[in-house]
Design a protein around this ligand. Structure first.
Ligand SMILES: [Zn+2]
Ligand SMILES: [Zn+2]
Length: 177
């Protein structure tokens, strides 16, 4: 599988997910290959896009390019599900969608997507953590590079755009391994 084919697979998987009513984001900006990481096969990143609305980027480990097309699509679907409202984690809602996708489309969606030999690698993820606070009311996104009062207690702050109280900070990357 070549890197450029990933884009087509992403488009295909996005269509399939939408067709069965999975509310994935319309703002998945790209899919790209990470040539260094073996620790995780996929990741979903959220960041500020144009107009400060969140956009999602899907990262696939280069290791994955050696998988079958079906396996790659399963990983892409797994990552796309993280862009559904309230699914930027491996929690209940994400799992429910995953089960629907597994049943309907036949992709294998599981919480962990590492292979046995990959799981041996336990070195810490040295990636810089970023934090994100999204306004639940207007979707404005606030990025912080480190822990700060806004990240710690967003409920003490109001959205600069709409004035509503902010809630809950999240890390900017969901690692899938
Ligand atoms: Zn707002
Ligand atoms: Zn995941």
């Amino acid at each position: 599988m070549e890197e450029k084919e990933l884009k087509h697979l992403l488009d295909k998987v996005k269509c399939e997910l939408k067709n069965i009513g999975i509310p994935i984001s319309n703002d998945i900006s790209e899919i790209y290959v990470n040539n260094r990481t073996k620790k995780r096969l996929g990741a979903c990143k959220i960041e500020k896009g144009i107009g400060k609305k969140p956009v999602y980027r899907i990262e696939i480990s280069h290791v994955v390019l050696g998988c079958t097309e079906d396996e790659i699509c399963s990983i892409i679907a797994h990552e796309c599900l993280h862009t559904c409202p309230g699914c930027f984690n491996h929690g209940k809602k994400w799992k429910e969608y995953g089960e629907t996708v597994s049943k309907t489309l036949g992709y294998k969606i599981s919480r962990t997507i590492n292979t046995e030999e990959l799981s041996i690698e336990t070195s810490l993820n040295d990636e810089k953590v970023k934090y994100i606070v999204i306004c639940n009311n207007c979707g404005q996104i606030y990025e912080r590079k480190r822990m700060c009062p806004l990240v710690k207690e967003p409920s003490r702050y109001r959205c600069g755009k709409c004035g509503m109280t902010l809630s809950k900070a999240i890390k900017s990357t969901t690692s899938c391994r």
